[in-house]
Design a protein around this ligand. Structure first.
Ligand code: IDP
Ligand code: MG
Length: 154
């Protein structure tokens, strides 16, 4: 079963949308296997956003992501990486369709509420950046037989 790294960014925490966003992940059928609140430091930001560090917008992104607490989660489910990206919508809330998280809750390119890994490889790296192995909890959900059919589990 695939895992993905999710952040509720500082704007989501300040706007008190964490419960709403968590609820959307849970009602979608994803299983939460890791969850914590933390402050992203400049060092952590550079690790997480390594692909963006040299870009012109990076100073703004760093200031934003370090500006207040975030909530980090690991969600598990079939195709969890792609499923969460689809739920979030494109980067800019102005272009994100209604029904997506960024489309429903924001109008910004930077303050777009949520991060989700963009590939299974990125997810593995990002999960290791935010969570120690013993902070992830493997458990069997009693709902599993009602979330998807046996031949869809991979
Ligand atoms: P993603 O979050 O949809 O994967 P990326 O292009 O990987 O988007 O950018 C990472 C984050 O950096 C975005 O979610 C957004 O918060 C911020 N960001 C992206 N492009 C810009 C920009 O042009 N100006 C300021 N911030 C940006
Ligand atoms: Mg990205």
């Amino acid at each position: 079963m695939e895992r993905t790294l999710i952040l509720f960014k500082p704007d989501a925490v300040q706007r008190r949308l964490c419960g709403t966003l968590l609820s959307r992940l849970e009602t979608k059928g994803l299983k939460i296997v890791g969850l914590k609140m933390l402050r992203v430091t400049k060092e952590l930001s550079a690790k997480h956003y390594a692909e963006h560090v040299t870009k012109s917008f990076y100073p703004l992104l760093e200031a934003f992501i370090t500006s207040g607490p975030v909530v980090a989660l690991v969600a598990e489910g079939p195709n969890a990486v792609a499923v969460v990206r689809t739920m979030m919508g494109p980067t800019n809330g102005q272009q994100a369709a209604p029904g997506t998280i960024r489309g429903d809750f924001g109008v910004s390119r930077q303050m777009n509420l949520m991060h989700g890994s963009d590939s299974p490889e990125a997810a593995q790296k990002e999960i290791a950046v935010y969570f120690q192995p013993n902070e992830l909890v493997s458990y069997e959900s009693s709902l599993k037989d009602w979330v998807c059919a046996a031949d869809e589990v991979k």
